[in-house]
Design a protein around this ligand. Structure first.
Ligand code: DQQ
Length: 579
């Protein structure tokens, strides 16, 4: 889909964002919309929280609105997750940093809010930011405050008591703000400082997301003491026509292996990744490239598209993401926000809105052109009853039920195989947008090799289902693999739902004639990892029939080429203890 049709589909479907038109270009609103009339002054209590679509092993607070993950870090054996939270209602507003802690990234304990508006430098909001653990094991948070003039300024906060294992209380020193928008910077587009890295020269460096007209920009700041910051002459990176860069993230990955690295590592044995969240599309993209640390310039590799059509962590509902380095397991872990796809009115009536996707380990694909992602290994501890299938043939128009697990709360790993690609449908070179192809062909239009995959959250008679499936096309010189997570038939509810046919093309070697897929199903979220983590898609869905014990899971094939389920393992997932 081109930029305009992407925006249009957002406008048609997504009630949360309202459009405005500028020079003939349709934009969606920058931040989530503020609905003064829907802000409740009374806390919704547990009695009014609607449990129907609440997740059971994804991160969410007990009630109200959440958005971006903030300042994730590991400190003295404990994982911390802060997040943007509205303590007063289920829509965006009154934003504070809520705080939860965990020993395993799966079970979480809620603490009191860590940072909330209280000083002139953040009186109108405590927006996104990051944590950096300074030498001597001292965490510091950098975050964006909204000041009385509604300017975006950058602040720091430090733990009140380093010997408190939970770091419950945070102090915002009086020398804040530490970075003001200077005259060359748009003060209403200057936010979301990254985890800082330390250079050989002894300078700390951080980037702050911004825009100059329509150019997305990552401004670079340097400091020796973490308090006095100076803007570098040049941004670390910028790209034309990408609009505001929210929540940038910048980190090294080793050239080989799946270990993570501390953010300060540079050199010839690493590449760097720069991710930005595009305010205009509400999608993110990242590039893999080289960081020239002496000049503080980042240059994407020529294999990485720098712009709207760049690589995405997730081709579905996943935004404002942030990684952190976990020194305990030597891995880099990615958090991302999966917003609701229902309406603001639905959210108010549910009493809650927003989840975090399952934290994912990320590392560089051996092809060095993209990242790979996989749910953190600790999630496997929730796996309960297991059922298996093997060597199951699926002829065209066939679906087979995977029985014996809780299909509304499950983890499924499957490898499909096919014996030939001869029947692959021709690929139309004008199909640049995977989501449009998925929307057009879906799972119901018969293909050659595919569509085949899973029917998740399916009602018994398939009035409702969310298919996650591959479809393989024959292009001029190669084959093109599409992964779709199609919400168009996910719910019988007609009004107020955004039901996109999310999809991405995946660069995958088909010589083994096998395609693996892992899908996490959790009541209102279907989170898929195709090709061993080469492509991820998260959908939010709201079934009315396929709920709890009435949800079913199937494998299916709707292509003329027979498909084999080489091996499938599905587990009922037990519920995590979340907040
Ligand atoms: N959310 C925060 C901003 C950030 C945006 C405000 C991204 O700091 O740019 O809640 O979702």
């Amino acid at each position: 889909m081109n930029f305009f049709s992407k925006i249009l589909s957002l406008l048609l479907g997504f009630a949360l964002f309202s459009p405005f038109i500028n020079n003939g270009v349709v934009f969606v609103h920058a931040l989530p919309k503020f609905y003064p009339e829907l802000q409740s002054l009374n806390r919704a209590d547990d009695a009014v929280i609607k449990p129907l679509h609440r997740t059971r092993f994804h991160f969410q607070p007990r009630r109200h609105w959440i958005n971006d993950p903030n300042g994730p870090m590991y400190f003295n054996g404990i994982y911390h997750l802060f997040y943007q939270y509205n303590p007063k209602g289920a829509i965006w507003g009154n934003i504070v940093w809520a705080h939860s802690v965990s020993r395993d990234l799966v079970n979480w304990k809620a603490l009191k809010h860590a940072i909330y508006p209280s000083k002139p430098f953040d009186i109108n909001g405590c927006w996104s930011g990051s944590a950096t653990v300074l030498p001597g094991n001292k965490p510091v948070i950098l975050y964006t405050g909204i000041d009385p003039q509604n300017r975006q300024v950058q602040n720091y906060a430090i733990p009140a008591n380093l010997s408190d294992p939970y770091l419950t209380d945070w102090i915002k020193p009086d020398d804040n703000p530490i970075v003001d928008p200077d005259s060359g910077v748009n003060a209403s587009a200057f936010r979301d400082p990254t985890t800082a890295w330390l250079s050989d020269s002894g300078h700390w460096k951080t980037i702050i997301g911004s825009k100059r007209r329509k150019r997305g920009v990552a401004y670079l700041y340097r400091s020796r003491d973490f308090v006095k910051w100076t803007k570098a002459k040049h941004p670390l990176h910028s790209a034309p026509n990408t609009g505001m860069w929210e929540c940038p993230d910048f980190f090294p990955v080793p050239l080989s292996g799946n270990q993570g690295l501390d953010v300060s590592v540079t050199g010839n044995l690493v590449k760097h990744v720069l991710k930005v969240s595009l305010d205009v599309t509400r999608y993110e993209y990242y590039t893999v490239g080289k960081y020239y640390h002496e000049r503080d310039r980042y240059v994407p590799d020529n294999t990485s598209v720098d712009g709207w059509n760049g690589l995405r962590y997730d081709y579905g509902n996943f935004y404002a993401s942030k990684t952190f380095y976990d020194p305990a397991k030597k891995r880099r872990v990615l958090w991302g926000w999966a917003n609701e796809s229902d309406s603001a009115v639905d959210d108010v009536s549910k009493g809650w809105a927003g989840i975090q996707a399952i934290p994912r380990t990320v590392w560089l694909d051996p092809n060095r052109k993209q990242l790979l992602q996989w749910p953190v290994e600790e999630l496997n501890r929730l796996r309960g009853k297991q059922v298996k299938l093997s060597h199951q043939k699926l002829y065209k128009e066939q679906h087979v039920e995977v029985k014996g697990i809780t299909a509304a709360q499950a983890d499924v790993e499957v490898t499909f195989s096919f014996s030939s690609l001869d029947k692959a449908e021709p690929f139309d070179p004008s199909w640049v947008d995977a989501q449009a192809v998925c929307g057009k062909l879906g799972s119901k239009v018969q293909g050659g090799v595919g569509p085949f995959g899973l029917l998740t959250l399916a009602s018994e008679n398939l009035e409702e289902f969310t298919p996650v499936f591959f479809r393989i096309f024959k292009a001029h010189h190669n084959h093109v693999v599409l992964l779709c997570s199609d919400a168009s038939s996910s719910s019988l509810k007609k009004e107020g739902l955004y039901k996109p046919s999310f999809a991405g093309f995946v660069d995958i070697d088909l010589s083994s004639k096998k395609l693996p897929l892992r899908t996490l199903i959790d009541h209102s979220v279907v989170e898929s990892f195709g090709g061993g983590g080469k492509i991820c898609i998260t959908s939010r869905v709201y079934p009315t029939k396929a709920v709890f014990g009435d949800a079913h899971l199937y494998v299916f094939n709707n292509g003329t080429e027979a498909i084999t389920v080489d091996y499938l393992s599905a587990w009922s997932m037990t519920s995590a203890t979340v907040n």
